[in-house]
Design a protein around this ligand. Sequence first.
Ligand SMILES: [Zn+2]
Ligand SMILES: [Zn+2]
Length: 117
Amino acid sequence: MPVYNCLNFIQSLMLPERCPCCGIATGSQQFFCNGCYSTLPFNTHACPQCALPLPPQAPPQTLCGRCIQHPPVFHGGFTALRYEASINHLISSLKFNKQLHLVEPLANLMIDRLGKL
Ligand SMILES: [Zn+2]
Ligand SMILES: [Zn+2]
């Protein structure tokens, strides 16, 4: 076992993963607890060009008014989550308080959502 993996294994025994939203222990393979994961504001209905959240009844591939009136120079945008009260404290903690332990759970959320596109 490489040294890095060995250290991660020892760390997981001493400091089990905790849900970044509520703080309960989740085990080593899961970042968010099931309860918090089920309430995350996934950006499932969004403008495909700028990722602005759209109403749930908007048909797929609907552009927002801003992108129709003033098309951006990029072809597409993506965000895993809507910036809402239930999640903005995590993003603020990462950006402004250097809570780097949040990088992995938030990055994995993005990877997971990108894989579903
Ligand atoms: Zn939780
Ligand atoms: Zn847009």
